[in-house]
Structure formats: C-alpha cells, structure tokens
Design a protein around this ligand. Structure first.
Ligand code: FAD
Length: 281
C-alpha cells in the first residue's frame, strides 16, 4: 500500500444516465445533494455498444451546467474505430477532459463484433488520436475479472492498460479489504505507479446486490450474505447493517492509505451521504 499513500485523496460519485424526464429531474436533485459533499467529480456510465451514448453525454453536460465536474464512461466492445473516434471528438468539443475507459459487457447472447477487443486497445487509441488531452481512468479488479484466465493473467492485462497510457484506476466493488491491499501490493511489485481508488457499493437491497455480484464476480462474504438473507424484507435492518459494514470498510481503506473512494450511488444520495457523514469526511 506504500505507493498509494503519496497520492492526493480523490472522492467521486457514479451515476447511470436516466431514461425518463422524471429520472432526469430526480438525478438533478441527487446531484445537488451529493455536490454538497464536494466530490472531485461525478462519473456517468455508458451502455456497451453505445446504447446510452446520447444520454451519457447529455447527463454529463447537465451535471456540468449545474456547475460540477463530470466524466463520461466510454466502452469499446462492439464498436468501430470510427464511432469511438466520433464520440471522443464530441466529448472533446464539449470541453470534456476526463474519461473512464472500458471494454464493456454485451448483453448475454450477443456476439462481440467490432474493432476493439480489450480496454487496453481503447486506451492506446485515445492516446494515439488525442495525445494527453484526456485524463483516463480504467477499471481494476481486486477479486479479479470473472473472465480472466488466471489472477496473474488479469494483473498483466491491467498492466497493459497502464502501459497504454491510463492515468488512474477505479476498482470493482468488494467487501473484503484484503483483496484490495493484495492487489495494490502486486501492482506496486510490477512497478505500476498510479492511484487505484476503491469502488464502494453501499448496501440498500439484498436481491439487487446479489444480482449485481453474480454478474460482475464481486464476492459478498458469507457472513454478510447470511446476515442480509436473514433480514428478509426488513429493509430498515438491511440498510442499517449495510451502513455499518460499508462505513467500517471505507474507514479501514482510508486509514490504510487508499487514495480516495468512488461510490456506486445507483443515482441515490441517501446511503452515500450517510456513509460520508459517519466517516467525518
Ligand atoms: P478489460 O480490461 O479489457 O478486461 C476484460 C477481460 O479481458 C479481463 O478478464 C482481462 O483479464 C481480459 N483481458 C484484458 N486485456 C486483454 C488482452 N490484451 N488479451 C487477453 N485478455 C485480456 N461497463 C459498461 O458497459 N459501462 C460502464 O460505464 C462501465 N463502467 C464501469 C466502471 C468501473 C469503475 C468498473 C470497475 C467497471 C465498469 N463497467 C462498465 C464494467 C466493465 O465494462 C466490465 O467489467 C467488463 O467486463 C470489463 O471491462 P474492462 O474495461 O475492465 O475490460
């Protein structure tokens, strides 16, 4: 963890682009509430294959109009170089200088046709075409990506993204701090010297969390799963227990030198704000 301690702490909040005018209005209120916590930036997800491209850009522009920094995500799976280039030009023309660059996931059953296979190719493409214009964040997986052939392979693939020009990384969420410390130590041993900011998923609904975790390979430790299952439909107890667990994790991560936190807010301000206040940030 030594190398992480020298980086300034960066706090950020992630949104997905709303699909209705009501969702948009609600997100404006969420943004206003979370902006009071003074994050460095908000980020807005991007549907793989470009399914949300307009809404991602519109949401980023809307956040900026409200006076806050925002970074769009961009994914490359099932995309042509021409479509990615065009998207990047639109980001640049709109004054955007900060991106989260990903491979993305296609809905199951769809084959990946496109000119990019992996995120390192997207990062290299952005650097080749746009030089140092963008600050590029990439994804990191302390519990390893579910499709990785091995842990070592996944680490080497992470390294490719840094060597291609990524400036910093945000992790998949996890509830076991040791996986993050170990991952960061392995990156340090490989000579990677960028901030790796932990991604934090507040716990609101167990069924939703279980579904996300099955899809992305993030482990819910058995004791947490058992407790959450035991609460059944008692959402107040789930939220209360979840707040205790996630606040303790964040506190431990920051104490041990993590260079900030990135919250997967799911467009809700409540849990993130409570964790923030309990941390005394
Ligand atoms: P990659 O880094 O390309 O890795 C994908 C897999 O391929 C890994 O198993 C890796 O080991 C392997 N691999 C990588 N490079 C190579 C190579 N050169 N040769 C062989 N194997 C290789 N998804 C979205 O669709 N939209 C979003 O907005 C979005 N935002 C995210 C934000 C964060 C912070 C995180 C952590 C994830 C996000 N995701 C998003 C999910 C992400 O797209 C998926 O996890 C996806 O499966 C992998 O994306 P990646 O960029 O990490 O891929």
């Amino acid at each position: 963890m030594e190398s992480q301690k020298k980086f300034p702490k960066t706090f950020s909040f992630e949104f997905f682009p709303p699909s209705t005018p009501e969702g948009q209005e609600k997100l404006r209120a969420t943004t206003r509430q979370l902006a009071q916590l003074k994050p460095k930036f908000f980020s807005v997800t991007f549907g793989a294959g470009g399914s949300t491209r307009e809404r991602t850009l519109d949401t980023v522009l809307d956040i900026r109009l409200q006076g806050y920094s925002a970074a769009p995500h961009i994914s490359c799976i099932a995309s042509t170089t021409a479509s990615v280039r065009e998207m990047l030009h639109r980001y640049k023309d709109n004054g955007i200088r900060h991106l989260v660059a990903l491979r993305g996931d296609l809905p199951s059953g769809l084959a990946a046709t496109g000119e990019f296979r992996y995120a390192n190719e997207l990062v290299a493409f952005i650097r080749k075409e746009f030089g140092s214009h963008f600050h590029i964040e990439v994804a990191a997986y302390p519990e390893y990506h579910p499709q990785a052939r091995s842990a070592q392979d996944d680490l080497l693939n992470f390294k490719r993204k840094i060597e291609a020009g990524a400036d910093s990384a945000i992790t998949q969420y996890f509830y076991n701090g040791d996986s993050y410390y170990h991952f960061v130590d392995e990156c340090e041993a490989m000579g990677l010297d960028i901030p790796i900011v932990p991604g934090i998923m507040p716990i609101g609904k167990f069924s939703q969390l279980a579904r996300f975790s099955d899809a992305c390979g993030a482990e819910i430790p058995r004791w947490i799963r058992k407790k959450l299952e035991g609460y059944g439909d008692d959402t107040a107890s789930i939220r209360s227990f979840g707040l205790d667990v996630v606040t303790a994790l964040c506190d431990e991560l920051l104490t041990n030198g993590a260079p900030g936190l990135h919250f997967y807010t799911l467009n809700q301000a409540g849990l993130t704000t409570t964790i923030w206040q309990r941390l005394g940030l």
